[in-house]
Design a protein around this ligand. Structure first.
Ligand code: EPU
Length: 430
């Protein structure tokens, strides 16, 4: 079993480079299905969810060539509709973009139900509402979602979402980029990755306006062509390093970021008393004085991201006094709290409200990464306390963090990854 072993207690110091955004890269690489030609995508993070997505696309007939460590060339000319691997698709959330991409290219789709972190109920009713509005007949059968349209053509429509949803906004944008007419999404999500995907599609010849606001207009075009496009930096990876810097009372410069995307995180760190300095494409976090508790409510962008809630909780557990986190996006994103409690943290959950009585000394322990952001929160807590903590199930962290061990080592952390023994070598040795 692979593990991360941390001998904690030292402040993080130095500088770190942030990789490309997972949640921007996922829709963009699936949107390549719309293009009969080559797309060169730069600033791709080396993480499990992206590598699994490449495997899914290859299995459907895509040719994906590694250009360098962070650049790939994707050619989906020969992709065949409905051929994605059930067992790969169900292992990540972002695979639901296959639905929009197949519908946009072929006028029909057949894809397994997506997977992803378990935060309680994660319905896709808004995606389905959107596909139906585009003229899709949607049936679910044997673990698959199947969409068909009259004459394999979608019908442009006005779609109003009942809540701010990143996935459904992107799926409808992707599905309607190639169409005869105008689709309008109202109450659209406004996350930076929505803008990034629109910019990518526009670079391929699409005509999408309003991304980043709550009304997005997609004027359908007849076809898309290949392009070269660089993914935006990962705001959640950047935020995770910012919070880890504060939690260890360190001093870290985080490079390759868009400071505007980090404003809600910066504001909360300043509220607790950390100093955050912004530069053109980097931020510096300095935590060299006593910190104070605060309250956080997770909200759609530009509010404080739910994907930063567990890390913020780990930080607040190190600050004397009572803090609250109100998780307004997911009904059960709290599994990681049991792990923080193992370390001695005093945290209670009532409904969606987390109450943290901070400042109780944490102690090193054997720990589990229960999900992606929960895993990084537990790792952050382990960095703050003296002694050796071991974290297992680290593949969940590696789903979304590129070289997390190497990057933390570069910041002075005493951390190593222990790889599982190779079963073949082990058998030979025996
Ligand atoms: N929702 C519905 N019906 C739907 C769609 C969403 O009720 O059809 C609800 C969800 O249950 C949730 C809220 O609406 O309560 C927001 O969901 P959203 O659709 O925005 O989330 P998502 O597309 O499933 C993406 C990210 C998540 C991130 C959320 C919110 C990807 C692959 N996933 O999920 O990322 O938490 O947006 O920003 O982009 C992560 O990276 O750790 C992660 C979980």
């Amino acid at each position: 079993m692979e593990k991360i072993v941390i001998n904690g207690g030292a402040p993080l110091r130095g500088s770190v480079d942030v990789s490309g955004s997972k949640n921007a890269a996922l829709p963009i690489i699936y949107a390549c299905i719309l293009v009969k030609g080559k797309c060169i995508i730069e600033n791709i993070p080396n993480i499990i969810d992206i590598n699994r997505s490449f495997d899914i696309l290859r299995g459907m007939g895509a040719v994906i060539r590694t250009v360098n460590k962070t650049t790939v060339e994707i050619d989906c000319t020969n992709v065949v509709c409905g051929t994605s691997d059930y067992n790969l698709v169900r292992r990540l959330r972002g695979s639901y973009y296959l639905l929009g991409a197949e519908l946009g290219r072929f006028g029909k789709a057949r894809v397994a139900y997506p997977g992803g972190c378990d935060f309680g109920v994660r319905p896709i009713d808004q995606h389905i509402k959107g596909f139906k509005a585009l003229g899709g007949e949607v049936i679910t059968d044997g673990g698959y979602i199947e969409i068909s349209t009259k004459d394999n053509k979608i019908t442009p429509a006005n779609i109003y979402f009942d809540m701010s949803t990143v996935g459904a906004t992107l799926n409808i944008m992707i599905a309607s980029a190639i169409s005869d007419g105008v689709t309008v999404i109202e109450n659209a999500a406004r996350e930076p990755h929505i803008v990034d995907c629109a910019n990518f599609l526009n670079s391929c010849g699409a005509n999408i306006s309003g991304a980043g606001s709550d009304v997005i207009k997609i004027k359908g075009v007849q076809s898309l062509h290949g392009c070269t496009y660089a993914i935006i930096p990962d705001m959640i990876e950047a935020g995770s390093f910012m919070v880890a810097a504060a939690a260890t009372r360190g001093h870290v410069r985080i490079n390759n970021v868009i400071p505007k995307h980090l404003e809600s995180i910066t504001a909360k760190l300043e509220e607790v008393g950390a100093v955050v300095e912004e530069f053109d494409d980097s931020v510096e976090v300095i935590a060299n004085r006593p910190l104070k508790p605060t309250n956080v409510k997770t909200l759609p962008y530009p509010g404080f991201p739910t994907d930063m809630h567990p890390q913020m909780c780990a930080l607040l557990a190190t600050i004397e006094g009572i803090s609250f986190i109100n998780e307004s996006i997911y009904d059960n994103r709290f599994k990681y709290i049991e792990e923080l409690k193992r370390m001695g943290a005093d945290i209670k959950v009532d409904g969606r409200i987390v109450t943290i009585t901070g400042g109780v000394p944490l102690s090193a322990a054997p720990l589990i990464a229960v999900d992606l952001r929960g895993g990084i929160a537990v790792l952050t807590a382990a960095l703050t306390c003296e002694g050796v903590s071991e974290i297992s199930e680290i593949n969940l962290i590696e789903r979304g963090y590129d070289d997390i061990v190497g990057k933390l080592k570069g910041l002075g952390a005493d951390i190593k990854k222990i790889c599982a023994p190779d079963p073949v070598a082990l058998k030979k040795a025996n």
